[in-house]
Design a protein around this ligand. Structure first.
Ligand code: AGP
Length: 606
């Protein structure tokens, strides 16, 4: 997901823009740039790579202007290059763009035939040329922008400078979030509330097809369709300290170690012990409506999808209704058979994942109530859904999701207990499950204490060319999440299977070069798991066994003992151990832990 920052006020924009870009780098970037208005012209500086590269180049550039825009780019159209970096300039117009201009090619061709030259492969540069073309025939910049954007099919979050309008920045939004905050004699623009931390306590959330004209002392919002403009205010919950590393080497390590506290925050105020149920204020569906639910659909991408998969294993036995778990990018286009009494739950840390947003719209179109299990307050999904449960996990900056996963599962378990208590779950069992959730933070503290032991295993496994993770029952979705962490952090090819599936093909992969991370948990299938482990041993793979129960092992196998936990907690406990393993493998391989190659924190394009 690209990042947009803008400033217009009484101070020089340059450093304010750079600070904002640095705070948004976690979202994914492969190039960055800023532009400021200097008297009668716009000066742009762009660079490939991260923001520190831009800072280096800026040492030899002058940006004195007090109005400017900035952008961190995660390539969609056009490879990462200086020419494709934003801001893009065409004629009098300079802009930064989040989103996709789907029908850009037809306008690029028409504008080229009208004599315009293009210097990049991006759709965004075409958007700048289209606005400039309209501005040649319309003196009012806002109308020129409106005329241009009405031709656009696709999505945009835009911040736009006009070289002959030094006292304004125009912004426009369709699907790609933009916030505007006034603070004294300055106006700040950002695609992400973390860029506004320390600058403002509230921000206006621009709505779809709205344009705002920002000046140093104020801003005004207009509808592109002459509708009344929205009035949505977002409280900025991110603070400068909450987006620091607090002494940890990486955001990922900080966020792994934060999990006892983040889970505590997810649980806070949501446990009703006397009634043995959860209290969830934001569901916005009546108990009667929830009682009528006959099945559930969980939807998400990546880690969020795996959180849904783990929750399915834990919830079906207590809620006793079918739960299907769907990958958002597949679900949004599939002809799904629904009978109309489903409850859907979309899971998303950022609340901005394009495929998941599309599923919300698809489900609402079909009259299916949609709950959101979301971390970022005021995000697009949080504002679209019918109700939901905020994670309150705090900002998750590292691209690899960790604390969001454990809080997503925790939030889904709270929902499950609520629904189960409406059905067959009795008071005592409800109280017992709530106690299992309350015990989670303490048990995770125990897992975090074995980081050193896991680090030693990570050094060995980081050297292997291929890896596999196996688990049975609820440890199967955990094995999927662990190999996702390993893939995105170490770039080592890794796969995960239900341990009972190995003899149906994956056994062929086993050899002394294969590293197998075997998750062995105390539970109804532990005997089966022991025999699956024997199959792996017989084929001489290199074994790392995470287990919460006693197990025989040979001297060349690594066995890491995890604390015993309840059925509800077990999946999260094994996942935290896997997070630490993947983290230390990435360190051993000197990878870019918080910003892995080719990845973005939030994928706002499909
Ligand atoms: C997880 O480590 C990845 N960064 C990725 O799979 C992520 O979980 C996925 O893109 C979904 O993001 P969301 O939770 O913000 O919707």
């Amino acid at each position: 997901m690209c990042g947009i920052i803008g400033y217009i006020g009484t101070k020089r924009a340059r450093d304010i823009l750079l600070t904002g870009l640095k705070r948004m780098e976690y979202r994914g970037y492969d190039s960055a740039g800023i532009a400021t208005i200097e008297e009668d012209k716009v000066v742009s500086t762009r660079s490939v790579g991260n923001v520190s590269g831009l800072v280096e180049i800026l040492k030899s550039k002058t940006h004195k202007g007090m109005a400017g825009i900035g952008h961190t780019r995660w390539a969609t159209h056009g490879a990462p290059s200086e020419a494709n970096a934003h801001p893009h300039t065409s004629g009098k117009v300079t802009l930064v763009h989040n989103g996709i201009f789907e029908n850009y090619q037809e306008y690029k061709t028409a504008l080229e035939q009208a004599g315009r030259k293009f210097h990049s492969q991006t759709d965004s540069e075409v958007l700048a040329a289209l606005i400039d073309f309209e501005y040649e025939n319309e003196i009012n910049p806002r109308i020129a922008i409106t005329n241009a954007l009405k031709k656009v099919r696709g999505t945009f979050g835009l911040a736009i400078l006009f070289e002959d309008q030094p006292d304004m920045i125009a912004v426009a939004r369709r699907s790609s979030p933009l916030l505007i905050a006034k603070n004294g004699s300055a106006v700040f623009i950002a695609s992400d509330q973390y860029a506004l931390a320390g600058h403002a306590s509230n921000a206006t959330v621009l709505q779809d097809d709205e344009i705002a004209i920002c000046r140093a002392d104020n801003f005004e919002v207009f509808s592109m369709n002459d509708y009344p403009v929205g009035k949505e205010i977002l409280k900025i919950t991110a603070s400068e300290e909450s987006i620091g590393k607090d002494g940890y080497e990486h955001f990922m390590q900080k966020e792994i170690f934060e999990q006892p506290q983040s889970i505590q925050r997810t649980l806070s105020g949501r446990i009703n012990k006397p009634l043995g149920t959860s209290q969830l204020g934001g569901i916005n569906l009546t108990p009667k409506q929830l009682r009528g639910v006959k099945s559930m659909i969980f939807v998400g991408c990546g880690t969020a999808y795996y959180a849904g998969l783990l929750a399915k294993y834990l919830l079906e036995p207590i809620v006793k209704i079918p739960i299907s778990v769907e990958v958002a990018s597949e679900f949004r286009y599939r002809s799904v058979a629904l009978n109309g009494n489903e409850l859907s739950v979309v899971i998303s840390q950022s609340g901005e994942t394009a495929d998941t947003i599309a599923c919300v719209e698809e489900l609402q179109l079909k009259g299916i109530p949609v709950l959101g299990v979301v971390n970022v307050v005021g995000s697009s999904i949080a504002r679209l859904v019918d109700g939901g449960i905020y994670l309150h996990a705090g900002p998750e900056i590292s691209v690899a999701s960790t604390k969001a996963f454990s809080s997503q599962v925790t939030a889904l378990l709270l929902l499950g207990i609520y629904l189960a208590r409406q059905r067959d779950l009795n008071l005592g069992d409800g109280q017992e499950l709530l106690e299992q959730l309350e015990a989670l933070p303490k048990i995770i503290e125990e897992v975090l204490k074995i980081e050193k032991e896991i680090k030693v295993a990570a050094r060995k496994f980081a050297k292997l060319p291929h890896l596999m993770a196996l688990g049975r029952d609820l440890l199967y979705p955990v094995s999927l999440e662990i190999v996702l962490k390993i893939k995105e952090l170490t770039y080592i090819p890794a796969s995960a299977y239900p341990a009972g599936e190995m003899k149906h093909g994956p056994n062929a992969l086993l050899s002394p070069e294969m590293g197998v991370i075997y998750l062995h948990g105390e539970g109804p299938l532990s005997e089966k798991s022991v025999s699956n482990l024997a199959e792996v041993r017989a084929r001489k793979a290199q074994l790392l066994i995470f287990t919460d129960t006693e197990i025989d092992a040979s001297k060349d196998e690594i066995v890491i003992k995890l604390p015993k936990s309840s059925h509800f907690a077990q999946g999260i406990i094994f996942t935290v151990a896997g997070q630490l393993l993947a983290y230390h493998m990435a360190i051993a391989l000197d990878r870019n832990v918080d910003k892995p190659r080719n990845l973005a924190k939030s994928v706002t394009v499909e």
